[in-house]
Design a protein around this ligand. Structure first.
Ligand code: 0L1
Ligand code: MG
Length: 263
C-alpha cells in the first residue's frame, strides 16, 4: 500500500535498511512526502524490523520514545511512540559502543521492564508492576538513520524510534523491592563529571506509565505485551553524544552502574 503522495511503507523501510547497513544518514522522508502519515510510518517500522528478523535476529520486546515532556515539547507532540527491539540490538554489559557500527550514536538512561506475565488491557501502572518480573537500569543507544537527527514524528516512527542498541545494568530487582520507581535516581557522568541527574518520574510521571501506554496502544492494534518480553521505558535523562574514547557512566539508585564508551 502507498502513502497518499506515493511512497510506500516498504520503500521507506528499504531506504532505512540501506542507510543502517551503509552507515550513511539520509534526509527525512517528510521533506519530500509531507503527507506521510503515522499509519504508514508504523508499517514502515514493521518492515524495517522484519528485515532483521529475516536475517536471523529474534524479537525481544519494545522501546518507548518521547516519554518525557521535554522531548514531546521539542517535537510538538503530546504522546509517546514505540519501536521494536531485536536480539542484535542487545549489547553485552562492559562492551564498548563500536563507532564503526553506528552513524552518530547518542546514549540515554532508561528503566527496562522484564515481563513475567502478559499484560491485558486496560493496563495501568499497577497492572504493569504486577506483571513485571524485574526491572533493570538500562541505556538506550540512539542512532537515527536521518541526517543530523532531524526528523518529524512519522520519520522517527518509521526509523524504529532511532533504536541502535541497548545495555542492561548489572543488577535487577523486583519493582516492590525498589519501593517507588518514580523516585529511582540516575546520575549521568560524562568523562567522570556529573552532567545530569534525574529520577524515574521524568518518564510520564512513572516509568510503568509508559509501559501501560504501550500495552494499551498495542491492544488497540490487536497485539499484547507478552511474558518474557523486555520493554525499555523511554529516556530518564537527555541523550549524550558518544565520541571515540569518551565515557558516559549511568549510576542508578539500587540498580548499579552502566559505563559506556565509544571505541
Ligand atoms: O528513545 C527515544 O526517545 C526515541 C524517540 C526520539 C528519537 C531520538 O531522540 O532519536
Ligand atoms: Mg530512548
Amino acid at each position: 500500500m502507498t502513502a497518499s503522495n506515493g511512497i510506500s511503507a516498504s520503500e521507506i523501510a528499504d531506504e532505512l535498511v540501506a542507510a543502517e547497513r551503509e552507515r550513511k544518514a539520509i534526509a527525512q522522508f517528510s521533506d519530500n512526502h509531507p503527507d506521510f502519515d503515522l499509519d504508514t510510518a508504523y508499517r514502515a517500522q514493521q518492515a524495517f524490523v522484519q528485515a532483521k528478523l529475516d536475517a536471523g535476529e529474534r524479537f525481544v520486546g519494545y522501546k518507548l520514545g518521547l516519554t518525557s515532556k521535554n522531548k514531546q515539547r521539542a517535537m510538538g507532540v503530546d504522546a509517546p511512540l514505540y519501536g521494536r527491539v531485536t536480539s542484535g540490538m542487545v549489547a553485552t554489559y562492559g562492551d564498548p559502543i563500536r563507532l564503526d557500527r553506528f552513524i552518530h550514536p547518542r546514549v540515554e538512561s532508561e528503566i527496562a521492564f522484564l515481563l513475567a506475565r502478559d499484560i491485558e488491557p486496560p493496563a495501568t501502572v499497577t497492572s504493569v508492576l504486577a506483571a513485571t518480573e524485574v526491572v533493570f537500569g538500562a541505556v538506550d543507544v540512539l542512532d537515527s538513520r536521518y541526517e543530523g537527527f532531524r526528523f518529524t514524528l512519522t520519520d522517527v516512527v518509521a526509523d524504529n524510534a532511532s533504536a541502535g542498541a541497548f545495555y542492561l545494568g548489572p543488577i535487577n530487582r523486583r519493582p516492590a523491592d525498589l519501593e517507588d520507581l518514580r523516585l529511582l535516581g540516575c546520575v549521568v557522568r560524562v568523562g567522570g563529571e556529573v552532567a545530569m541527574t534525574a529520577a524515574g518520574a521524568a518518564v510520564m510521571g512513572h516509568p510503568a506509565a509508559s509501559v501501560a501506554w504501550l500495552a494499551n496502544q498495542l491492544a488497540d492494534e490487536g497485539e499484547r505485551l507478552r511474558a518474557g518480553q523486555l520493554v525499555f521505558s523511554g529516556g530518564v535523562t537527555a541523550p549524550v553524544a558518544v565520541v571515540a574514547g569518551g565515557s558516559v557512566a549511568f549510576e542508578f539508585d539500587g540498580l548499579g552502574t552502566i559505563e559506556v564508551y565509544g571505541a
